[in-house]
Design a protein around this ligand. Sequence first.
Ligand SMILES: NC(=O)c1ccc[n+]([C@@H]2O[C@H](COP(=O)([O-])OP(=O)(O)OC[C@H]3O[C@@H](n4cnc5c(N)ncnc54)[C@H](O)[C@@H]3O)[C@@H](O)[C@H]2O)c1
Ligand SMILES: [Zn+2]
Length: 372
Amino acid sequence: MNDCVIVDLAGRHYDILIGQGLIADAGHRILEAVGRRRVIIVTDETVAGYYLVPLQTALSAADLRFDVVTVPAGEASKDIHKFPALLEQVLALGIDRRTLIVALGGGVVGDLAGFLAASLLRGIDFVQIPTTLLAQIDSSVGGKTGVNTAQGKNLVGAFHQPRLVLADLDTLRTLPRRELLAGYAEMTKYGLLGDAGFWAELEANAARILALEPSPLAAAVAHCCRMKAGIVAEDEREAGRRALLNLGHTFGHAFEAETGFGATLLHGEGVAIGMVLAADLSVRLGRLNSADAERLKQHLESVGLPVRLAQIRNAPFQTDRLLAHMAHDKKAADGKLTFIVLDAIGAASVVSDVDPAIVAEILGRAGAISAA
Ligand SMILES: NC(=O)c1ccc[n+]([C@@H]2O[C@H](COP(=O)([O-])OP(=O)(O)OC[C@H]3O[C@@H](n4cnc5c(N)ncnc54)[C@H](O)[C@@H]3O)[C@@H](O)[C@H]2O)c1
Ligand SMILES: [Zn+2]
């Protein structure tokens, strides 16, 4: 009934279970995967309000002892300045090498709890229970964990793979629509970068997936996890193909940076606009036909994702400020920029010698303004 994706990394492998009722069964699943452990649940206040009691009930049903550490909801909880207090709080609970961290929440909780697990006693086990669509298809797969510094997001962290991932699709019912759509943008990314058939399925099934119909939703989430797991297995440390997962992200990060990485522009919304601009750039570079670029934009727009700069509240943006973020994001020695471009829907490449003047042209056409 549940889908299972096995992530296979040299010498280590773990299951990503995708389906309904997984939180209710979490105690037994954890016992089965890692044996009897003392558990520390890490969650945020919003997610705790919905799913902490069900998880506690499930752990108790399997006779697992647990403590709970709750952080405020939102990206600010990943601030490195808050990390020492969190470490102290967990150490004060008394831990040993067999203590298990369980991350219950979205990507913020997953990244934070994962880095906590990586740091404590030089690395203890952790289990992910992702509760946002983004976390279920992206951040809980691949083992990247970390926190934010003043210099940028995720600059301090570790690769630390979970022992088990429980993606309970029922949790998405309480997720705000905007967060769901932001996760959906990342879902379309998997089709665009490597699977035209999956993209076409998304075009056909978007309404059912976004209405959280169990069977198309489970199939789509499993497909994304399988794709990401496959890419990560062959490229755990991001030397090659893993870079394709950054499709739309160089543009997107620049808009996020200009809007303060907050509610003005969610990460997935930045990625949606970023993918549209990456497609425009691909057309400009003679790699993609304009009909495919239009098809991409239309689909994202049809589900309700932003596709234009003017849809962001702080618009207009200044081209040179955006370019500065991009140069910082992916710098090449000679001032050229690196982008993930599309050769077709379902085929992407890394191009590392893009002339910033062409990027400025794309941004200008999209409505960014040059400095006075
Ligand atoms: N490690 C990776 O590979 C990776 C990949 C992509 C993103 N990320 C990170 O993920 C983070 C973003 O993750 P996110 O989009 O899941 O954001 P998030 O964790 O902040 O969750 C979004 C909001 O939804 C709430 N929420 C979560 N689950 C809910 C539910 N089921 N019902 C109701 N509300 C719920 C949260 O409290 C929060 O307010 C960023 O910090 C980003 O850097 C990491
Ligand atoms: Zn992303």
